[in-house]
Design a protein around this ligand. Structure first.
Ligand code: AHG
Ligand code: MN
Ligand code: MN
Length: 329
């Protein structure tokens, strides 16, 4: 069987003029870090990854050991490659410019090192999400402002899911592609060519414990799904909620569906972070033929105003996302 590795895939993208050598190396570096994180996740308690790190991140969330380890793996992998000008992590308050003793590259990297932290200790899928932007021309020391670009300006985005298999999904703007980690060769192998999300679905994902706090359009949409065959939708719906965005979005990419973390009366701006959760996932989902909105605005068109900004997210099968947008209009 002829197998395409991530390395070959990226070299072909470079030959086709879609990416340059620096971006290719940066994406290789991120993938290598994800493999290292996958190994730590697999070790579980034996690798010291379980349990709380006893510290809080900038969002006031308790950090798990694996949050801290994954962040360190990504930092260490990315600081000396020469492709990056600066990076931003969910686990760090400020922008981290590339140390001055290494060459500074032309890209900016944002990541959620470990998505789905609440699932680490209970052996449910977790993952890593990343987004790549171009550093504005002429900037030598990038600051927060350099990062505040709308998601449509991303040059690449991707995520890894550490589940029963480790999956790596990537886009450089010409479709979304999925790779499976082959544990024997420790190589990502292309297994999901040009992912395509079905336009229609009968499966939704939302944390229903927030129902009493939802806004009316979201409540209406879910009520209609729950009414099933006898309701206005005329069909039964199924519900899933993993509580790891990586796993929920991976399912949507695999068989369609709608994923929602709307704003509510408690999470007034939404729960998920725009720059390293919503934007990269929206880019991938659109590249796979789906849609992503905050209810009223296409996620990729939102102008960010701060690094760790939160946002409402509705993404997945196009016709369902459009329906939710219509209910908001
Ligand atoms: P993180 O672990 O990086 O903080 O992100 C968790 C996110 C996301 O993965 C998931 O969809 C959501 O939080 C789960 O939220 P609930 O616990 O409210 O269900
Ligand atoms: Mn997350
Ligand atoms: Mn996280």
């Amino acid at each position: 069987m002829c197998r395409t590795s991530l390395t070959q895939f990226l070299i072909e993208r470079q030959r086709a003029g879609k990416i340059n050598a620096d971006l290719r190396l940066l994406l290789e570096t991120i993938a290598r870090a994800c493999k290292a994180i996958s190994t730590r996740v697999n070790k579980g308690s034996l690798g010291g990854g379980h349990g709380s790190a006893g510290s809080e991140n900038v969002q006031g969330e308790i950090q798990k050991n694996l949050d801290v380890m994954s962040n360190e793996i990504l930092l260490e992998a990315n600081e000396w490659g020469g492709n990056l000008a600066a990076l931003v992590s969910e686990e760090m308050e400020d922008v981290k410019p590339t140390p001055t003793h290494y060459p500074r590259g032309e890209y900016l990297l944002l990541f959620d090192p470990l998505d789905g932290s609440s699932n680490i200790d209970v052996n449910i899928s977790v993952g890593t999400i990343f987004s790549v932007l171009r550093c504005p021309k002429g900037v030598t020391v990038p600051d927060e402002k350099c990062f505040l670009q709308p998601g449509r300006d991303q040059v690449a985005a991707g995520f890894a899911v550490y589940g029963p298999t480790t999956q790596f999904v990537i886009t450089v703007g010409d479709g979304a592609y999925g790779f499976t980690l082959d544990r024997e060769s420790f190589t990502f192998v292309l297994t999901h060519e040009k992912i395509n999300i079905p336009e229609d679905t009968a499966e939704f994902a939302i944390n229903a414990s927030n129902m009493r706090r939802w806004e009316a359009p979201v409540k209406r949409y879910i009520d209609e799904c729950l009414a099933g065959k006898d309701g206005p939708r005329g069909k039964d719906f199924n519900m899933r909620w993993v509580a790891s965005m990586v796993a929920d979005v991976y399912r949507v990419l695999s068989r369609g569906g709608i994923f929602m973390y709307p704003r509510d009366s408690k999470n007034k701006d939404g729960r998920l972070r725009l720059m390293y959760e919503a934007n990269p996932m929206a880019f991938i989902v659109e590249q796979a033929g789906g849609a992503a909105t905050d209810g009223t605005t296409r996620i990729l068109d939102i102008q960010p105003h701060k690094l760790h900004q939160r946002i409402a997210v509705v993404l997945g099968s196009k016709n369902e996302v459009e329906r939710v947008s219509k209910y908001h209009a």
